[in-house]
Design a protein around this ligand. Structure first.
Ligand code: TRH
Length: 378
């Protein structure tokens, strides 16, 4: 059987916290269903979180959404008679026993992937594509690692994404209309920043730097976990729709957007603060300067992951900017004063912008995760 004979795909997703688990799975499901002649079913245990990034998702057990059959994955899972030709277990979420038994019953065993979290660490290249055998059923599972090098599974990227981005950016009126719909009217010389992050004490130093900034700053904050940190420093209770101005800084709290509009936001801004996994990837495809608030882990494992990414990302950049970015990213992730490193990065924004484009092009030349996964089924 080749990939084109594999008609049915099941994706299993457990929402651990925030939006990244479903964010990745929903994007993956949509791409498989819309770019290939596959029947795609997404099993998710928390439909309300899906509705946050895709508001047309209803709180119902089964629905067809964007060509994807979206089903609620309940603890007492026993609804499936036939397993799919390809099964994606996202982030080691443990498939239900009854589903494993259905996989075992198939005449040709399904292709079974465990989709791992993204990491740019070196060991990932050695583990991508490794097989493990299920102790009871003897079914084989492939470990599929996203990554930023040719020896990994690559990153999720829809076929039309970069083209859509370029069309959007080539039409300044479209950009202004998009912002206007968010009730945002930027002044001509304002630096527009999008800010999505976890709670972070470092925001206090940035707010102070932006108030004093020689370039006016318009900061757009989708309602999320960083808002209380902002409110605390400003002594305000800003909510969706509120605006706050002091010195050279304007803050605007915008609604949480759909995944599609969030891309547009990243394209429309001059600098993006992102976090977790999926927004981090989208910022790279936006080809704009960005900073990553990595998902914090015990014993500072996340800092090793941060450095592994920086090692690839900074290649080819002038040493001064390399050092400014490294310092800025470390300070932001450790909740430290980052006013100086922000100003240092901004002093070379033109080069940083060019570098963001170069990075995006080099990533794009590696292909994309879905094509790589489909090809690996051949
Ligand atoms: O929300 P995140 O922090 O998600 C995660 C989870 O914490 C997960 O458990 C962890 O393992 C993973 O990170 C690494 O960040 P992420 O991955 O960026 O997901 C956010 C999603 O929300 C992404 O799909 C983009 C989307 N989004 C919108 O659709 N609209 C918005 O306005 C914003 C700000 C984000």
């Amino acid at each position: 059987m080749t990939a084109k004979d594999l008609k049915t795909w099941d994706i299993f997703c457990r929402v651990i916290d925030n939006y990244g688990d479903i964010g990745v799975c929903w994007r993956l499901a949509r791409q498989l269903a819309n770019e290939y002649p596959f029947e795609v079913r997404l099993w998710v245990d928390d439909i309300r979180t899906l509705a946050k990034i895709w508001p047309s998702a209803k709180n119902t057990d089964q629905q067809l959404l964007e060509k994807v059959d979206v089903c609620v994955w309940r603890e007492d899972f026993n609804t499936v008679i036939a397993a799919a030709d390809v099964v994606i277990e996202a982030f080691a979420c443990n498939l239900p026993d009854s589903y494993l038994a259905a996989m075992k019953r198939k005449t040709t065993p399904p292709h079974w992937f465990n989709l791992e979290y993204l990491s740019a660490e070196e060991w990932v290249e050695g583990c991508h594509g490794l097989l493990s055998m299920h102790p009871q059923h003897g079914l084989k599972k492939v470990f599929f690692f996203p990554g930023v090098t040719a020896k990994t599974g690559g990153l999720l990227k829809e076929a039309s994404l970069l083209n859509e981005r370029d069309l959007f950016l080539a039409n300044p009126a479209q950009r202004l209309d998009f912002l206007k719909n968010l009730d945002v009217e930027p002044a001509e010389n304002e630096l527009i920043v999008s800010l999505f992050g976890y709670e972070n004490t470092a925001i206090a130093s940035l707010i102070d730097a932006w108030i004093e900034s020689p370039t006016p700053v318009l900061c757009l904050v989708p309602a999320s976990k960083i808002l209380p940190s902002i409110n605390r420093h400003l002594g305000q209770t800003l909510n969706v729709g509120d605006e706050f101005a002091r010195g050279a800084l304007r803050f605007k709290v915008i609604p949480f957007l759909t995944q599609t509009d969030y891309d547009r936001l990243l394209w429309a801004c001059n600098f993006n603060f992102v976090r977790g996994e999926d927004s981090f990837v989208r910022a790279q495809w936006a080809a704009k300067p960005f900073i990553w608030h990595i998902y914090p882990q015990d014993e500072d494992i996340h800092i090793t992951k941060l450095d592994a990414f920086l090692h690839h990302y900074l290649e080819g950049l002038n040493p001064t900017l390399q050092s400014s970015i490294t310092t800025f990213w470390h300070e932001w992730n450790q909740g430290l004063d980052c006013s100086k490193s922000w100003n240092n990065c901004l002093a070379d924004l033109k080069n940083l912008q060019q570098h963001s484009q170069n990075w995006c092009e080099s990533l794009s030349s590696l292909g994309d995760l879905v094509s790589n996964m489909v090809r690996s089924c051949d």
